[in-house]
Design a binder for this molecule. Structure first.
Ligand code: NI
Length: 264
């Protein structure tokens, strides 16, 4: 959730760089996606899906060659999440869920299902408070408690962080061992709670977009069939954020126009 001036700033500066971010970056063949844990150089090769020496299986479509978009859903899991998972399956769509720790504790089975169906899991803090209004230690607790809740539910930890309101102090961001994922297209679904407006907002998608939505609102779930059909008709592949970025690095807020090509 963002205020209006923040939104304008984001929309004004992000659209084009994100187009470049998604598909201009070579897919790193050693990157295996969310199943290998945090996207760091320390990831053990033994955690990867293939055995040592074997050519790794690509995590998804090659976004250098095809149109890709990362659909992301914040603040869940909730009542409507399972029906969203069915819709995504119908379209062979992978998405990224930025989970609130409190809700993970309430619905661990849904989180397991998200992972089992091939989606990426991200950390959206435990109680959805503004991380810029608390100490570094308190912010780290918010994230660690959520990591623990997701680990308890699924046996694995989230591979991305998305701070509530898109706001994170730089000292907290720099202390993370996973990347921060923001967005480039905000559907404002949480504000409008209007299916038609959510569909209209999703028309702003371009190749490489990271789209912000919320799976806790029925109006959003009702918008999804048309959004999926329309984007698929335009040739889009629905990938996770880590598949889109190819190899996201810790300490970077993806969605702000920063991407590997500019962060050597
Ligand atoms: Ni949120």
């Amino acid at each position: 959730m963002v205020n209006r001036s923040m939104l304008l700033r984001l929309l004004g500066t992000l659209a084009l760089p994100l187009v470049l971010a998604g598909c201009g970056v070579p897919l790193n063949t050693s990157w295996h996606g969310y199943r290998t844990g945090p996207a760091t150089e320390q990831s053990s090769p033994t955690q990867a899906s293939g055995s040592p020496g074997e050519a790794p299986k690509p995590a998804g479509p090659d976004c250098r060659k095809v149109k890709c978009v990362a659909l992301t859903f914040d603040d869940g899991p909730g009542t409507y999440t399972e029906s969203l998972l069915d819709l995504l399956d119908e379209h062979h769509a992978k998405a990224t869920f930025f989970l609130i720790g409190k809700n993970v504790a309430k619905h661990p089975g849904i989180v397991r299902d998200e992972l089992a169906r091939g989606h990426e899991l991200g950390n959206h803090t435990f109680s959805h408070r503004d991380l810029t209004k608390m100490s570094l230690a308190a912010g780290q607790r918010e994230l660690r408690k959520t990591d623990a809740a997701i680990k308890k539910a699924t046996g694995t930890e989230p591979t991305l962080v998305r701070p509530p309101f898109g706001a994170i102090p730089s000292n907290l961001k720099n202390s993370l061992d996973v990347p921060v994922a923001l967005w480039s297209v905000d559907t404002l679904d949480w504000q409008t709670r209007d299916t038609k407006k959510t569909i209209k907002a999703a028309e702003k998608v371009a190749p490489g977009s990271i789209v912000l939505m919320h799976d806790i609102h029925e109006s959003t779930i009702k918008a999804m069939p048309k959004i999926l059909v329309d984007l698929q008709a335009q040739g889009y592949h629905f990938v996770t954020v880590s598949e889109l970025i190819a190899k996201p690095k810790p300490g970077i807020g993806y969605g702000t126009g920063q991407h590997p090509a500019t962060q050597k």
